[in-house]
Design a protein around this ligand. Structure first.
Ligand code: ADP
Ligand code: MG
Length: 699
């Protein structure tokens, strides 16, 4: 097909679609697709993705086949197009056989501009062959993230596309979604057999949302949220709570303070009550809603000024969706995350519940055969309560291990469900860890988000987040460094003058700070904000896994500061949590005392433990392994406090000692150690390897 002149597309846009002009990025996509190129479009909800298949479809002439996962979406889109005067039809399980047949005839007669189907329709015998009798103008796959088992809504029916789409002929394919990380993008295109399609990843930057992330204990968070929202201009607001119970208790607490009208919203409430809360929030009767993630789907309220998170969300995608509900009207808005690393445990609990151990699925699957059976009977056989069994069956169904009929009865499916399930399960938990690391990253928050989605628009810092504009934050405030902090800051500058551009973990050990890693990271953050340091997020590839780490180097300003460190550091501003500053000042010697206790404990561990070490794992008691055991132990203790989990959950004694004995120098050697798997490698690989190097270089 010839490239449609741009003029032609603009004319079609106004004549057939009634739009005066293109929205950002629509034109480029429409031109490429009209010219017959394949495309992947990833733009946020509401950006206007539909037009990017509709207009090219019309421009190319003939029928555009649209594959969409939900009947409701199909009906909605088909109706909209019909009302605009297009010949749009649909075939799905909600329509009578006669109706479907007549739609097929219309298609074969060339009477349709658009034909909408759900993906499972392609599995109906003869359907693909029927479609293939004509040449389709375009194939559009909407909500394309459903095709990838990495995506959050994986639909096995979408997997059929891989095999069926080529049988539809040579038509160009356009895939559209609002949410796909680069990994999911790759998977979508591979599944569609179009790995080299143009990628249009746009629009994730939200200029008017100022992001702020503040670490604090759970007990302080509700008060902080209440104070924050006491300012009128920060309402209406959504407060996201991690559990239903907390949503209720925080709503009750805020209600008692009577500063503004608020209510809880979660999936455990009776639907009528929930609808009432939602209605009251939309009309403005309620100014604040304390909700679990159940709230927000399809919420169309443009003037939400603030979104507060009372804990870490389960993934960066979820976080983006949730804060994205602020400021749809384009006015300045705020997103405040109150968190601590230990929040990850709540999320891990949810994860374990929604993605049970593969062994449990295995068990249930082994009780299925080709006869349909009632889930209740099955529950007795496998000794699971109904709720758990339903989760297991749902996962088995999605991954093909079970087939469920209209009466909810179940029979065995194929046995290839394991790989995709296990990958999906692991992917989810790695997304969780990525989210947990987000607040501790030192770059512009918006750039981090935009990059996460693979959006190219990632050069410009937002200028409003807590990293870009530390002086205008709402919850944090600033103070000058303590003597100890000043000493560490000077140490950092020194170390970088000596050896610029090193991994942050190595720098930490080299400076020998006598402070926990997170306090050290906070100081690095302050230096980045002062423009003295540049931190680069990078990664190395090992066994197909991407292991992230960060490198740090001095900027020109940093070099200048290093010339007169005392002066410069005295003027530096460090962040603290506001309102808490008075308490902190009182306790300012606290961390030092705690730290001493740490070190003592670590040292005594070293003495006793190294004496007890079995000779088999300690190569003739070399100095290296003894020193290394102590270093890894000290690190483990700190990490366990930091994460709020027992030390053995970080690394068991046995694994720790095996690492010290082996002294691995790279990820491959590390992985070869018994007890170190991909998960540990990803979590701690970088730090363990750095410990080895640090101890070696001291000897
Ligand atoms: P998405 O699929 O990206 O979530 P839609 O395609 O449903 O978004 O579009 C969202 C809204 O924007 C729709 O109401 C649509 O009519 C409108 N829209 C799309 N393109 C334009 C345009 N160029 N000018 C004006 N409105 C547009
Ligand atoms: Mg859409």
């Amino acid at each position: 097909m010839q490239k449609q002149p741009t003029q032609g597309l603009t004319a079609l846009l106004s004549e057939r679609f009634g739009f005066a002009s293109f929205r950002p990025h629509q034109q480029a996509i429409c031109e490429a697709v009209t010219a017959g190129e394949d495309a992947l479009v990833v733009m946020p909800t509401g950006a206007g993705k539909s037009l990017t298949y509709q207009l090219p479809g019309v421009a190319r002439g003939g029928t555009t086949l649209v594959i969409s996962p939900l009947i409701a979406l199909i009906e909605d889109q088909a109706q909209k197009l019909s009302s605009m005067g297009f010949r749009a039809e649909r075939i799905h399980s909600g329509l009578s056989r006669e109706k479907s047949r007549s739609v097929c005839f219309s298609y074969l007669d060339g009477d349709l501009d658009f034909l909408f189907i759900a993906p499972e329709r392609l599995g109906v015998p003869g359907f693909v062959e029927m479609l293939a009798k004509r040449r389709l103008a375009l194939v559009a796959v909407d909500e394309a993230h459903c095709i990838s088992h990495w995506g959050h809504d994986f639909r096995p029916d979408y997997r059929m596309l891989r095999e069926r789409i080529p049988r539809l002929g040579e038509s160009p394919v356009i895939a559209l979604t609002a949410t796909a990380t680069p990994k999911v993008q790759d998977d979508i295109l591979v599944q569609l057999g179009r790995p080299r399609a143009n990628r249009f990843i746009h629009g994730f930057r939200r200029e008017n949302i100022a992001i702020e992330m503040v670490e604090m204990t759970v007990s302080e968070r509700a008060d902080t949220a209440c104070r924050l929202l006491a300012t009128k201009g920060r309402r209406p607001a959504i407060i996201y709570a991690p559990t239903r119970k907390q949503a209720e208790s925080v709503a009750a607490q805020l209600g008692r303070e009577r500063r503004f009208k608020c209510a809880a919203y979660h999936a455990g409430m009776p639907p009528k009550e929930r609808d009432e809360v939602q209605r009251a929030f939309l009309t403005g009767e309620l100014e604040v809603i304390v909700a679990t993630i159940a709230f927000g789907m399809g919420i169309d309220k443009s003037d939400i000024r603030t979104v507060v998170h009372l804990a870490l969300p389960g993934s960066v995608e979820a976080y983006y969706q949730e804060i994205g509900r602020a400021g749809r009207d384009g006015e300045p808005s705020l997103a405040v995350l109150l968190y601590s690393y230990a929040d990850i445990r709540v999320q891990e609990f949810f994860h374990e519940r929604s993605y049970p151990e593969p062994q449990i699925l295995e068990d249930v699957a082994s009780h299925l055969d080709h006869e349909y059976i009632d889930p209740e009977d099955l529950a007795d056989q496998v000794d699971l309560d109904m709720e758990k069994l339903q989760v297991v069956l749902h996962k088995l169904r999605i991954h093909g291990g079970a087939v469920i009929d209209f009466d909810e009865r179940v029979r065995v499916g194929h046995d290839r469900w394991r790989d995709t399930y296990i990958e999906q399960r692991e992917h989810k938990s790695s997304q969780l860890r990525l989210m947990a690391r987000f607040p501790e990253s030192t770059g512009c928050r918006m750039i981090t988000l935009v990059r996460y989605f693979g959006d190219k628009d990632a050069d410009q810092a937002c200028g409003t987040c807590d990293v870009c504009a530390p002086k205008s934050t709402t919850v944090r405030e600033f103070r000058t460094p303590t003597t100890k902090e000043a000493r560490v800051l000077a140490g950092i500058l020194d170390a970088l003058i000596e050896w610029d551009d090193q991994a942050t973990g190595r720098l930490f050990r080299e400076v020998g700070t006598g402070m926990p890693r997170r306090e050290f990271e906070a100081l690095l953050g302050a230096l980045v904000r002062a423009d003295w340091l540049v931190i680069e997020n990078t990664s190395f590839e090992k066994e197909g896994r991407n292991i992230p780490y960060r490198r740090v180097r001095l900027s020109a300003a940093g070099r200048r500061a290093a010339q007169r460190p005392t002066d410069a550091i005295g003027k530096l501003q460090l962040t603290v949590v506001a309102e808490k500053s008075s308490q902190r000042a009182k306790k300012s010697t606290g961390p030092t005392i705690r730290k001493k206790a740490n070190v003592e404990k670590a040292t005594s561990c070293k003495k006793t433990k190294t004496q007890e070490l079995p000779t088999s794992v300690r190569p003739s008691g070399t100095e290296a392994s003894t020193a290394l055991v102590a270093r890894i132990r000290a690190w483990r203790l700190e990490e366990s406090r930091h994460r709020g989990v027992p030390a053995f959950r970080i690394l068991t004694d046995r694994t720790l000692e095996a690492v010290a004995a082996a002294g691995p120098r790279n990820a491959v050697q590390l992985l070869a150690i018994k007890g170190i798997g991909p998960r540990l490698l990803e979590l701690y690989g970088e730090e363990l390897l750095e410990l080895v190097v640090a101890v070696d270089s001291q000897l």
